[in-house]
Design a protein around this ligand. Sequence first.
Ligand SMILES: O=C(O)CCC(=O)C(=O)O
Ligand SMILES: [Fe+2]
Ligand SMILES: [Fe+2]
Length: 391
Amino acid sequence: MIKEITEFITKKEAKILMDLIDKNAEKSLVASGGKEKNILNESVRTSYSATLSSTNQIVKDVHQRISDHLGIPMNHGEYLQGQRYEEGQYFKAHTDFFYGSNYDQNCLISGNRTYTFMIYLNEDFEGGYTTFPRLEKTVNPEKHKAIYWNNLENGEANYDMTHEGKEVKKGVKYIITSWWRENAWDGGADFLEYNKRIRSKSTITKDKILPSGFKTGRLRNDLHNLVQDSWKLVKHKDQIDHFIYKEDILQGSKQTTHKNILKIPVISEILAKECGEIIEEIINAKLFIQQVYGFKSYKAGVYENMHKDHNPMRQITMMICANKDLSSGASQGMVSDWHFYINDHNNKENKISLSIGDYIIYEGHNLDHGFTDMFVGKNYDVLFLHYRLEK
Ligand SMILES: O=C(O)CCC(=O)C(=O)O
Ligand SMILES: [Fe+2]
Ligand SMILES: [Fe+2]
Protein backbone atom coordinates (compact mmCIF):
# COMPACT_ATOMS: atom_id res chain seq x y z
CA MET A 1 0.00 0.00 0.00
CA ILE A 2 2.91 2.34 0.74
CA LYS A 3 5.60 2.15 -1.92
CA GLU A 4 9.20 3.19 -1.44
CA ILE A 5 11.77 4.23 -4.05
CA THR A 6 15.38 4.73 -3.04
CA GLU A 7 17.52 7.38 -4.73
CA PHE A 8 14.56 9.17 -6.33
CA ILE A 9 16.54 12.41 -6.51
CA THR A 10 20.23 13.27 -6.73
CA LYS A 11 22.40 14.81 -4.03
CA LYS A 12 22.58 18.03 -6.04
CA GLU A 13 18.79 18.25 -6.40
CA ALA A 14 18.32 17.64 -2.67
CA LYS A 15 20.73 20.46 -1.85
CA ILE A 16 18.97 22.93 -4.15
CA LEU A 17 15.53 21.96 -2.81
CA MET A 18 16.64 22.41 0.81
CA ASP A 19 18.01 25.87 -0.01
CA LEU A 20 14.71 26.78 -1.70
CA ILE A 21 12.79 25.62 1.37
CA ASP A 22 14.97 27.75 3.66
CA LYS A 23 14.40 30.75 1.44
CA ASN A 24 10.60 30.42 1.31
CA ALA A 25 9.59 28.67 4.53
CA GLU A 26 6.75 30.02 6.65
CA LYS A 27 4.91 28.50 9.62
CA SER A 28 2.85 25.55 8.34
CA LEU A 29 -0.90 26.01 8.26
CA VAL A 30 -3.65 23.42 8.27
CA ALA A 31 -7.06 23.40 6.56
CA SER A 32 -9.65 24.85 8.95
CA GLY A 33 -12.99 24.26 7.31
CA GLY A 34 -14.04 27.61 8.76
CA LYS A 35 -14.09 31.19 7.57
CA GLU A 36 -10.39 31.22 6.86
CA LYS A 37 -9.34 28.39 4.65
CA ASN A 38 -6.02 27.65 6.36
CA ILE A 39 -5.00 28.44 9.92
CA LEU A 40 -2.10 27.99 12.30
CA ASN A 41 -2.90 25.14 14.68
CA GLU A 42 0.10 24.17 16.71
CA SER A 43 -1.66 21.34 18.47
CA VAL A 44 -1.68 19.63 15.07
CA ARG A 45 1.38 20.96 13.28
CA THR A 46 4.42 23.03 14.21
CA SER A 47 6.63 22.72 11.13
CA TYR A 48 7.57 25.22 8.39
CA SER A 49 6.26 24.92 4.79
CA ALA A 50 7.31 26.44 1.49
CA THR A 51 5.41 26.41 -1.77
CA LEU A 52 7.95 25.73 -4.50
CA SER A 53 7.60 27.62 -7.73
CA SER A 54 7.71 25.59 -10.91
CA THR A 55 9.60 28.39 -12.62
CA ASN A 56 12.63 26.73 -11.02
CA GLN A 57 14.02 24.06 -13.36
CA ILE A 58 14.92 21.56 -10.61
CA VAL A 59 11.43 21.87 -9.08
CA LYS A 60 9.96 21.35 -12.54
CA ASP A 61 12.15 18.30 -13.27
CA VAL A 62 11.32 16.61 -9.97
CA HIS A 63 7.59 17.31 -10.37
CA GLN A 64 7.64 15.85 -13.89
CA ARG A 65 9.53 12.78 -12.62
CA ILE A 66 6.81 12.21 -10.01
CA SER A 67 4.09 12.60 -12.66
CA ASP A 68 5.84 10.05 -14.90
CA HIS A 69 6.30 7.67 -12.02
CA LEU A 70 2.64 7.79 -10.94
CA GLY A 71 1.33 7.84 -14.51
CA ILE A 72 -0.88 10.83 -13.65
CA PRO A 73 -0.95 13.87 -15.95
CA MET A 74 1.12 16.79 -14.70
CA ASN A 75 -1.88 19.13 -14.44
CA HIS A 76 -3.42 16.95 -11.70
CA GLY A 77 -0.55 17.84 -9.37
CA GLU A 78 -0.66 20.64 -6.78
CA TYR A 79 2.42 22.87 -6.46
CA LEU A 80 5.28 21.02 -4.80
CA GLN A 81 5.58 21.84 -1.13
CA GLY A 82 8.70 21.67 0.99
CA GLN A 83 8.51 21.02 4.75
CA ARG A 84 11.11 21.78 7.39
CA TYR A 85 10.90 20.41 10.93
CA GLU A 86 13.24 21.80 13.55
CA GLU A 87 13.94 20.18 16.90
CA GLY A 88 10.69 19.46 18.73
CA GLN A 89 8.49 20.03 15.66
CA TYR A 90 5.92 17.56 14.39
CA PHE A 91 2.81 17.01 12.25
CA LYS A 92 0.26 15.00 14.25
CA ALA A 93 -1.91 12.23 12.78
CA HIS A 94 -3.99 13.51 9.86
CA THR A 95 -5.34 12.52 6.50
CA ASP A 96 -4.26 14.23 3.29
CA PHE A 97 -7.69 13.84 1.67
CA PHE A 98 -10.30 16.46 2.52
CA TYR A 99 -13.68 15.83 4.12
CA GLY A 100 -16.62 17.81 5.44
CA SER A 101 -16.38 21.58 4.92
CA ASN A 102 -12.71 21.24 3.95
CA TYR A 103 -13.91 19.16 1.02
CA ASP A 104 -16.29 21.93 -0.05
CA GLN A 105 -13.54 24.57 0.19
CA ASN A 106 -10.85 22.61 -1.63
CA CYS A 107 -12.35 20.00 -3.91
CA LEU A 108 -15.49 21.13 -5.78
CA ILE A 109 -13.63 21.46 -9.09
CA SER A 110 -10.33 19.62 -8.61
CA GLY A 111 -11.75 16.63 -6.79
CA ASN A 112 -10.09 15.13 -3.74
CA ARG A 113 -6.44 14.32 -3.21
CA THR A 114 -5.53 10.91 -4.54
CA TYR A 115 -1.79 10.26 -4.21
CA THR A 116 0.66 11.72 -1.74
CA PHE A 117 4.25 11.49 -2.93
CA MET A 118 6.92 12.41 -0.37
CA ILE A 119 10.69 12.73 -0.75
CA TYR A 120 13.15 12.80 2.14
CA LEU A 121 15.86 15.32 1.34
CA ASN A 122 18.19 14.57 4.25
CA GLU A 123 18.74 12.08 7.08
CA ASP A 124 21.13 13.87 9.44
CA PHE A 125 18.55 14.23 12.21
CA GLU A 126 17.00 12.03 14.90
CA GLY A 127 13.31 11.09 15.17
CA GLY A 128 11.07 12.50 12.44
CA TYR A 129 9.72 9.14 11.35
CA THR A 130 6.62 8.99 9.18
CA THR A 131 4.13 6.61 10.79
CA PHE A 132 0.79 5.12 9.71
CA PRO A 133 -0.86 4.23 13.04
CA ARG A 134 -3.75 2.24 11.56
CA LEU A 135 -1.38 0.13 9.51
CA GLU A 136 1.17 -0.06 12.35
CA LYS A 137 3.80 1.02 9.87
CA THR A 138 6.82 3.26 10.41
CA VAL A 139 8.89 4.66 7.55
CA ASN A 140 12.48 5.48 8.30
CA PRO A 141 13.58 8.72 6.65
CA GLU A 142 16.51 8.00 4.32
CA LYS A 143 17.96 10.77 2.23
CA HIS A 144 16.76 10.89 -1.42
CA LYS A 145 14.15 8.18 -0.79
CA ALA A 146 10.58 8.71 -1.97
CA ILE A 147 7.44 7.11 -0.56
CA TYR A 148 3.92 7.33 -1.96
CA TRP A 149 0.43 6.06 -1.30
CA ASN A 150 -3.14 6.58 -2.47
CA ASN A 151 -5.35 8.42 0.02
CA LEU A 152 -8.54 7.21 -1.65
CA GLU A 153 -9.75 3.73 -2.15
CA ASN A 154 -11.41 4.01 -5.54
CA GLY A 155 -12.85 7.41 -5.11
CA GLU A 156 -13.65 7.24 -1.42
CA ALA A 157 -11.63 8.49 1.54
CA ASN A 158 -9.42 5.75 3.02
CA TYR A 159 -8.85 6.45 6.71
CA ASP A 160 -6.27 3.67 6.84
CA MET A 161 -3.90 6.15 5.21
CA THR A 162 -3.92 8.40 8.30
CA HIS A 163 -0.30 9.33 8.98
CA GLU A 164 1.94 11.37 11.22
CA GLY A 165 5.29 13.16 11.00
CA LYS A 166 6.83 12.28 14.37
CA GLU A 167 8.68 14.87 16.42
CA VAL A 168 12.24 15.60 15.34
CA LYS A 169 14.43 14.96 18.39
CA LYS A 170 17.68 16.40 17.10
CA GLY A 171 18.73 18.25 13.95
CA VAL A 172 16.49 19.49 11.11
CA LYS A 173 14.33 17.37 8.78
CA TYR A 174 13.56 18.42 5.20
CA ILE A 175 11.01 16.76 2.92
CA ILE A 176 9.10 17.46 -0.28
CA THR A 177 5.36 16.71 -0.38
CA SER A 178 3.51 16.38 -3.68
CA TRP A 179 -0.26 15.88 -3.76
CA TRP A 180 -2.32 14.73 -6.73
CA ARG A 181 -6.00 15.26 -7.49
CA GLU A 182 -8.82 13.30 -9.11
CA ASN A 183 -9.21 16.02 -11.75
CA ALA A 184 -6.95 18.75 -13.08
CA TRP A 185 -5.98 20.88 -10.09
CA ASP A 186 -7.26 24.45 -9.89
CA GLY A 187 -7.20 25.64 -6.30
CA GLY A 188 -8.49 29.09 -7.25
CA ALA A 189 -11.50 27.64 -9.04
CA ASP A 190 -12.26 25.38 -6.06
CA PHE A 191 -12.49 28.34 -3.71
CA LEU A 192 -14.42 30.52 -6.17
CA GLU A 193 -16.96 27.76 -6.65
CA TYR A 194 -17.28 27.36 -2.90
CA ASN A 195 -17.87 31.08 -2.40
CA LYS A 196 -20.38 31.15 -5.21
CA ARG A 197 -22.34 28.44 -3.46
CA ILE A 198 -22.16 30.18 -0.10
CA ARG A 199 -23.35 33.48 -1.61
CA SER A 200 -26.19 32.15 -3.70
CA LYS A 201 -27.56 30.10 -0.81
CA SER A 202 -29.60 27.98 -3.22
CA THR A 203 -26.91 25.56 -4.27
CA ILE A 204 -26.54 25.57 -8.03
CA THR A 205 -27.01 21.83 -8.12
CA LYS A 206 -30.56 22.18 -6.85
CA ASP A 207 -31.46 23.47 -10.31
CA LYS A 208 -33.49 20.99 -12.28
CA ILE A 209 -31.54 20.04 -15.36
CA LEU A 210 -33.81 17.41 -16.85
CA PRO A 211 -37.62 17.62 -16.61
CA SER A 212 -37.94 14.47 -14.52
CA GLY A 213 -34.29 14.38 -13.40
CA PHE A 214 -33.25 11.44 -15.55
CA LYS A 215 -33.46 10.02 -19.04
CA THR A 216 -32.55 6.67 -20.57
CA GLY A 217 -31.33 5.99 -24.09
CA ARG A 218 -29.30 3.77 -26.33
CA LEU A 219 -25.65 4.55 -27.07
CA ARG A 220 -24.58 5.24 -30.64
CA ASN A 221 -22.82 2.24 -32.19
CA ASP A 222 -19.33 3.77 -32.41
CA LEU A 223 -19.48 4.79 -28.74
CA HIS A 224 -20.88 1.43 -27.74
CA ASN A 225 -17.83 -0.18 -29.40
CA LEU A 226 -15.50 2.22 -27.61
CA VAL A 227 -17.06 1.31 -24.26
CA GLN A 228 -16.64 -2.37 -25.09
CA ASP A 229 -12.97 -1.86 -26.02
CA SER A 230 -12.31 0.07 -22.80
CA TRP A 231 -14.07 -2.58 -20.80
CA LYS A 232 -11.89 -5.32 -22.30
CA LEU A 233 -8.77 -3.33 -21.40
CA VAL A 234 -9.63 -3.01 -17.72
CA LYS A 235 -11.88 -5.94 -16.89
CA HIS A 236 -9.12 -8.05 -15.35
CA LYS A 237 -8.19 -5.35 -12.87
CA ASP A 238 -10.09 -6.04 -9.68
CA GLN A 239 -10.11 -3.54 -6.88
CA ILE A 240 -12.36 -3.33 -3.86
CA ASP A 241 -14.53 -0.31 -3.34
CA HIS A 242 -15.24 0.36 0.33
CA PHE A 243 -17.72 3.25 0.28
CA ILE A 244 -16.42 5.08 3.29
CA TYR A 245 -18.51 8.23 2.87
CA LYS A 246 -21.61 7.44 4.83
CA GLU A 247 -23.45 10.23 3.01
CA ASP A 248 -22.63 8.65 -0.29
CA ILE A 249 -23.83 5.15 0.28
CA LEU A 250 -26.13 4.56 3.19
CA GLN A 251 -25.84 1.77 5.69
CA GLY A 252 -26.35 -1.76 4.55
CA SER A 253 -24.75 -1.51 1.15
CA LYS A 254 -22.37 -4.21 0.13
CA GLN A 255 -19.09 -3.85 -1.68
CA THR A 256 -18.72 -3.65 -5.40
CA THR A 257 -15.50 -3.43 -7.36
CA HIS A 258 -14.27 -0.54 -9.40
CA LYS A 259 -11.95 -0.41 -12.39
CA ASN A 260 -10.40 2.79 -13.56
CA ILE A 261 -10.03 3.83 -17.17
CA LEU A 262 -8.16 7.05 -16.38
CA LYS A 263 -4.96 5.11 -16.92
CA ILE A 264 -5.93 4.91 -20.61
CA PRO A 265 -6.29 8.67 -21.09
CA VAL A 266 -7.03 8.78 -24.80
CA ILE A 267 -10.01 6.47 -24.59
CA SER A 268 -11.42 8.07 -21.46
CA GLU A 269 -11.06 11.55 -22.96
CA ILE A 270 -12.82 10.61 -26.19
CA LEU A 271 -15.60 8.77 -24.39
CA ALA A 272 -16.19 11.54 -21.87
CA LYS A 273 -16.22 14.20 -24.58
CA GLU A 274 -18.50 12.37 -27.02
CA CYS A 275 -20.95 11.28 -24.34
CA GLY A 276 -20.94 14.83 -22.98
CA GLU A 277 -22.03 16.08 -26.40
CA ILE A 278 -24.93 13.63 -26.42
CA ILE A 279 -26.10 14.97 -23.06
CA GLU A 280 -25.59 18.58 -24.17
CA GLU A 281 -27.95 17.96 -27.05
CA ILE A 282 -30.58 16.50 -24.74
CA ILE A 283 -30.44 19.25 -22.11
CA ASN A 284 -29.56 22.04 -24.54
CA ALA A 285 -26.79 23.42 -22.30
CA LYS A 286 -22.99 23.29 -22.19
CA LEU A 287 -21.25 20.83 -19.86
CA PHE A 288 -17.85 20.41 -18.23
CA ILE A 289 -16.46 16.94 -17.67
CA GLN A 290 -16.34 16.69 -13.88
CA GLN A 291 -14.85 13.22 -13.55
CA VAL A 292 -14.29 10.03 -15.49
CA TYR A 293 -15.00 7.69 -12.62
CA GLY A 294 -14.44 4.40 -14.44
CA PHE A 295 -16.19 1.06 -14.43
CA LYS A 296 -17.99 -0.34 -11.47
CA SER A 297 -18.33 -4.06 -11.45
CA TYR A 298 -21.16 -5.56 -9.44
CA LYS A 299 -21.02 -9.23 -8.46
CA ALA A 300 -23.49 -11.68 -6.91
CA GLY A 301 -24.65 -10.65 -3.44
CA VAL A 302 -24.22 -6.89 -3.76
CA TYR A 303 -26.74 -4.09 -3.57
CA GLU A 304 -26.61 -0.33 -3.16
CA ASN A 305 -29.12 1.48 -0.99
CA MET A 306 -30.89 4.60 -2.20
CA HIS A 307 -28.56 7.60 -1.88
CA LYS A 308 -27.69 10.96 -3.39
CA ASP A 309 -24.11 11.40 -4.54
CA HIS A 310 -21.96 13.18 -1.99
CA ASN A 311 -20.14 15.44 -4.43
CA PRO A 312 -22.41 18.40 -5.26
CA MET A 313 -20.58 18.84 -8.57
CA ARG A 314 -21.92 15.54 -9.83
CA GLN A 315 -24.75 17.40 -11.46
CA ILE A 316 -25.23 14.96 -14.30
CA THR A 317 -24.05 11.39 -14.32
CA MET A 318 -24.12 9.12 -17.33
CA MET A 319 -24.18 5.45 -16.40
CA ILE A 320 -23.62 3.08 -19.29
CA CYS A 321 -24.28 -0.64 -19.07
CA ALA A 322 -21.13 -2.32 -20.44
CA ASN A 323 -21.68 -5.92 -19.49
CA LYS A 324 -24.52 -7.89 -17.98
CA ASP A 325 -24.45 -11.59 -17.20
CA LEU A 326 -27.59 -12.73 -15.44
CA SER A 327 -26.75 -16.42 -15.38
CA SER A 328 -26.81 -17.75 -11.88
CA GLY A 329 -24.16 -20.09 -10.56
CA ALA A 330 -26.43 -22.06 -8.25
CA SER A 331 -29.45 -22.80 -10.38
CA GLN A 332 -28.09 -22.92 -13.95
CA GLY A 333 -30.96 -20.88 -15.38
CA MET A 334 -31.20 -17.14 -15.89
CA VAL A 335 -32.30 -14.91 -13.06
CA SER A 336 -34.62 -12.01 -13.62
CA ASP A 337 -33.18 -8.57 -14.38
CA TRP A 338 -31.38 -6.34 -11.87
CA HIS A 339 -32.98 -2.92 -11.61
CA PHE A 340 -31.71 0.57 -11.02
CA TYR A 341 -34.15 2.60 -8.93
CA ILE A 342 -34.37 6.36 -9.15
CA ASN A 343 -36.80 8.83 -7.57
CA ASP A 344 -37.64 11.62 -10.00
CA HIS A 345 -38.29 15.30 -9.26
CA ASN A 346 -41.86 14.43 -8.22
CA ASN A 347 -40.44 11.83 -5.85
CA LYS A 348 -41.99 9.06 -7.89
CA GLU A 349 -39.95 5.85 -7.88
CA ASN A 350 -38.82 4.56 -11.27
CA LYS A 351 -37.55 1.06 -11.93
CA ILE A 352 -35.00 1.00 -14.74
CA SER A 353 -33.74 -1.95 -16.74
CA LEU A 354 -30.61 -1.42 -18.85
CA SER A 355 -29.37 -3.68 -21.64
CA ILE A 356 -25.74 -3.71 -22.72
CA GLY A 357 -25.19 -0.44 -24.60
CA ASP A 358 -28.02 1.41 -22.86
CA TYR A 359 -27.39 4.47 -20.74
CA ILE A 360 -29.18 6.50 -18.15
CA ILE A 361 -28.32 10.13 -17.49
CA TYR A 362 -29.45 11.42 -14.10
CA GLU A 363 -28.95 14.19 -11.55
CA GLY A 364 -26.84 12.21 -9.09
CA HIS A 365 -26.57 14.86 -6.38
CA ASN A 366 -30.26 15.77 -6.50
CA LEU A 367 -32.05 12.46 -6.80
CA ASP A 368 -32.08 9.34 -4.67
CA HIS A 369 -30.93 6.34 -6.66
CA GLY A 370 -29.51 2.86 -6.12
CA PHE A 371 -29.56 -0.83 -6.93
CA THR A 372 -31.56 -1.85 -3.88
CA ASP A 373 -32.31 -5.46 -4.78
CA MET A 374 -29.61 -8.02 -4.10
CA PHE A 375 -27.85 -9.01 -7.32
CA VAL A 376 -28.06 -12.74 -7.89
CA GLY A 377 -26.57 -12.95 -11.41
CA LYS A 378 -22.90 -13.23 -12.28
CA ASN A 379 -21.74 -9.80 -13.47
CA TYR A 380 -23.20 -6.34 -13.97
CA ASP A 381 -20.69 -3.75 -15.14
CA VAL A 382 -21.32 -0.08 -15.71
CA LEU A 383 -19.25 2.92 -16.71
CA PHE A 384 -19.74 6.20 -14.81
CA LEU A 385 -19.07 9.63 -16.32
CA HIS A 386 -19.77 12.76 -14.25
CA TYR A 387 -20.53 16.22 -15.63
CA ARG A 388 -21.38 19.68 -14.35
CA LEU A 389 -23.01 22.62 -16.07
CA GLU A 390 -20.76 25.17 -17.69
CA LYS A 391 -21.65 28.40 -15.87
O1 LIG B 1 6.70 14.74 7.79
C1 LIG B 1 6.19 13.67 7.47
O2 LIG B 1 6.81 12.61 7.54
C2 LIG B 1 4.77 13.66 6.97
C3 LIG B 1 4.40 14.91 6.20
C4 LIG B 1 2.98 14.94 5.79
O3 LIG B 1 2.20 14.16 6.22
C5 LIG B 1 2.47 15.92 4.80
O4 LIG B 1 3.21 16.80 4.38
O5 LIG B 1 1.28 15.80 4.43
FE1 LIG C 1 0.21 14.31 5.24
FE1 LIG D 1 -24.60 7.27 -6.84
